[in-house]
Design a protein around this ligand. Structure first.
Ligand SMILES: *Cc1c(COP(=O)(O)O)cnc(C)c1O
Length: 370
């Protein structure tokens, strides 16, 4: 199913919404009766905040999670009405808007709780909050020893509805980790003393590897987008990525043997060869670390990146193969039977797939296929 793409940028990201919805259905069935919260922070892991959130709502997810006010406000302005949890620590300047947009706030200190309460009083509004407990990440969240005191304070204030209590894994992305089991046990012990609607802990790793961390709701990011760094449970085997990065060859030239290609001449042709130019670069979020490492697909065949990736372009050595200006190039995704996965791209860049996804520039249009 190839459709003609016309837009002002020479590269585009294709998003297959049907596959996203399939992933959500599999996750829903796997964790039921726990509710599902999808993390749509960082522009829905680069997939596009609004369309992904709308699709998630259509698919019946119970919650969305964002990192900050700005993301939550965008969703409310777009008419998204389901509960939205703001995961990040809040800033005093933002409390008024957080409350007005009916975003659910993470409370991780008595100090911030009191600030929120005073804003709620001034606005004559109520606010749903989640108490965050740190069980070993040393990021945000109160220590278990202070959780009861903070919880009592929240309960004592009319303006608060304590919607949830949660914690976050430090080492949940690997199976059988004693520290992860310790975190679950600590969270279970403390949260049992805090009657609330929703206890939640599991991210993608927790969902796949630690069934006992599912509690009442799971917060899923990476897995919903089709990626998981380990082995999926058999019931989730149908989960697939649905993000492809594509472009078209913008230039073609025959280059003699012994010529340096791109900045610094880090690539030198061994024999006469054909070099094509792709109009995508690190300014688009296609990492410079891919220089002389990455591969792309042209006419369903893999070819290596030749030389350094520039800000807006890079070169590929296609050898003696046929490839011309206007041919479609797949940087991430499938072409015929060939594929270059995001996992490979992340490995070439010595990082995790999440980081690669977050770095694609908004100047690359996201094209949604239903
Ligand atoms: C981002 C985030 C998640 C989702 O994490 P994944 O590993 O992508 O599933 C869950 N909980 C919190 C607190 C997060 O910040």
């Amino acid at each position: 199913m190839q459709k003609t793409i016309t837009h002002p940028h020479p590269a585009w990201i294709e998003i297959d919404i049907q596959q996203f919805k399939k992933n959500l259905q599999l996750i829903h069935d796997f964790v039921a009766p726990a509710l599902v919260c999808i993390a749509v922070k960082a522009d829905a892991y680069g997939h596009g905040l609004l369309l992904i959130s709308k699709a998630a709502v259509e698919a019946g997810v119970d919650y969305l999670a964002v990192s900050c006010l700005q993301e939550g406000a965008m969703l409310r302005k777009a008419g998204i009405a389901i509960p939205i949890l703001v995961l990040g620590a809040i800033h005093e300047d933002q409390i008024k808007e957080l409350v007005e947009y009916q975003l659910e706030i993470t409370i991780a200190s008595l100090y911030k709780a009191k600030l929120v309460a005073s804003h709620c009083a001034a606005l004559a509004k109520k606010c749903r909050v989640h108490l965050e407990i740190d069980t070993g990440m040393q990021r945000t969240g109160v220590r278990a020893t202070s959780a009861l005191e903070l919880y009592s304070y929240l309960q004592s204030q009319d303006c608060f509805e304590v919607a949830g209590v949660y914690s976050h894994f430090a080492i949940g992305d690997l199976p059988n980790q004693p520290f992860a089991y310790q975190q679950i046990a600590d969270f279970k012990a403390i949260s049992e003393q805090l009657p609330t609607m929703l206890r939640h802990m599991a991210n993608s790793g927790g969902v796949c590897y630690y069934k006992e961390s599912h509690f009442d709701l799971v917060r899923i990011g990476l897995l919903a987008y089709g990626y998981f760094p380990g082995e999926l449970p058999p019931a989730l085997a149908g989960i697939k990525p649905f993000f492809s990065l594509k472009s078209k060859i913008s230039y073609f030239k025959v280059v003699a043997a012994g010529k340096g290609v791109s900045y610094g001449h880090t690539y030198v042709t061994r024999q006469q060869t054909r070099i094509v130019t792709i109009p995508v670069g690190y300014g688009d979020g296609y990492r410079r670390a891919l220089s002389n490492k990455g591969n792309v697909l042209i006419r369903a065949q893999r070819f290596p990146i030749a030389g350094t990736v520039c800000m807006d372009q890079f070169m590929v050595d296609v050898g003696n193969s046929e490839a011309y200006v206007g041919d479609e190039v797949t940087l991430i995704g499938q072409q015929g039977d060939a594929s270059v996965s995001l996992m490979e791209v992340a490995a070439w860049c010595d990082t995790i797939p999440n980081e690669i996804l977050c770095l694609f520039s908004p100047r690359i249009p996201r094209v949604y296929k239903e």
